[in-house]
Design a protein around this ligand. Structure first.
Ligand SMILES: C[S@@+](CC[C@H](N)C(=O)[O-])C[C@H]1O[C@@H](n2cnc3c(N)ncnc32)[C@H](O)[C@@H]1O
Length: 271
């Protein structure tokens, strides 16, 4: 009896989600690149179910060996990507961005397998010069060390710096939030005189709105900012608020993995 009730509930939720998902599928068919944010929000509002645009994990969970870069494919092997890590096609999209834009410096929030991949993309694209080419900010001491160990195992410790920055309560635009407590001295030592050309936001687990703002002063002109998990309601809201910032142009959401929001800093907007 109880199983039937739960099944009925699930099918009800699925049907309510379906309207939004169908609208999104139509948009993806029509767009060759990122889905414009306003269109994504319209599709999302076709359902009152939470996270109506969020894809089912069966659509993005895949073993690491599926990744196009043959070195990463060998390193990652049977490790399933997409649950706590970025999805394989999201990582591949980042690889294409690195190859096309050739950033001198990437900053990432939320370390893990993606840090390894970014380091490898930077190395294969010949974007590594003096100083670390990837700076990853990590809220957990334990995972910061795990990521460092992973980088060291594959000879990427010189390419990527993992900085531990615990989360702390903060206030942005009058609203309570959480921010990374970044050690300014450590960050300056890693950055040197360089600006950040690509900012990858995959953390924290809570509100990601302040993340880009907290390092706005370090972003190069025309820097690209990407945000993972962009089909989730919380990240759609972050995107909507980012789109209101005068110094940021939100391009839209790439239909890869859990959704990858793409934005760019614009000249003239006061940060
Ligand atoms: C969304 S994940 C970030 C994952 C990372 N950007 C990636 O794609 O591999 C957010 C947090 O997961 C935690 N994390 C890192 N390694 C992990 C692991 N092996 N298992 C579970 N969580 C991990 C870290 O605290 C990280 O900041």
């Amino acid at each position: 009896m109880q199983r039937l009730t739960i099944r009925t509930l699930f099918s009800h939720v699925r049907r309510r989600k379906l309207r939004a998902q169908l609208a999104l599928r139509q948009l993806i068919r029509e767009c060759s690149g990122p889905v414009p944010l306003d269109d994504a929000l319209t599709a999302r509002n076709k359902s009152r179910t939470p996270d109506a645009l969020e894809p089912h994990p069966s659509g993005y969970l895949a073993p690491g060996r599926d990744i196009g870069d043959h070195v990463l494919s060998e390193w990652l092997g049977e490790e399933e990507l997409g649950m706590w890590t970025m999805a394989v096609d999201t990582l591949e999209a980042l690889g294409r961005m690195v190859a096309a834009r050739r950033p001198a410096l990437i900053m990432e929030f939320g370390s893990g397998v993606s840090t390894l991949c970014l380091g490898q993309f930077m190395r294969t694209s010949g974007c590594v010069s003096a100083g670390p080419a990837v700076i990853s900010i990590e809220q957990s001491q334990e995972y910061a060390q795990k990521t460092r160990d992973l980088l060291s195992k594959h000879g990427l410790s010189d390419v990527c710096d993992v900085l531990h920055a615990p989360l702390q309560p903060c206030e942005f635009e009058g609203e309570a939030s959480v921010c990374y407590a970044i050690d300014g001295g450590q960050l300056s030592a890693s950055l040197g005189e360089r600006g950040v050309d690509l900012l990858v936001v995959d953390g924290p687990a809570g509100d990601r709105f302040p993340t880009a703002l907290s390092v706005a002063e370090f972003l190069s002109p025309g820097a690209m900012i990407v945000l993972d998990d962009a089909w989730r309601d919380a990240e759609l809201e972050v995107a909507r608020r980012w789109a209101l910032l005068p110094w940021l142009r939100v391009e839209g959401i790439l239909p890869v993995g859990k959704g990858l929001l793409v934005a760019e800093t614009v000249e003239g907007g006061d940060r």
